[in-house]
Design a protein around this ligand. Sequence first.
Ligand SMILES: [Zn+2]
Length: 142
Amino acid sequence: MIDQIALRPSVFSIRGTEELPDRPSLKGCQCKCGYVFFPRQYFGCESCGRFGDDIENIEMSGRGKIREFATVHRSQRKDLPAPYIVATIVLDAGVVIRGLLDVTDEKQLSIGQTVYSTLSSVGRDEDGREIVDLRFSINQSN
Ligand SMILES: [Zn+2]
């Protein structure tokens, strides 16, 4: 197996959760009030204002449902050539996030469709390890 390293290790983990072990997990926070947010930030709970020890780091399963999606047809980003599809995804944990899908054809997508986190190779580091970033896939199998 090739060593993989996360492009954004503060945002996601290559390892899955107990519930969804084969999919990368997302790093969020849960407040004592029950509110869950992503990505992690430490200026306080967006819902009740608690901070410090009242905020716990959690790892969320990378499964959710598509709320909306859009195709980006033009982009200046060299690391992300257009077209690509951005989706608003409601994770099972209840958090709403924006994510990139690993498909480029909108005809494969529908509102409410289940998507799963997956890893996409975006390059190699100086040691030859594969650098991976987070995407979402409509395929249940990895
Ligand atoms: Zn709170």
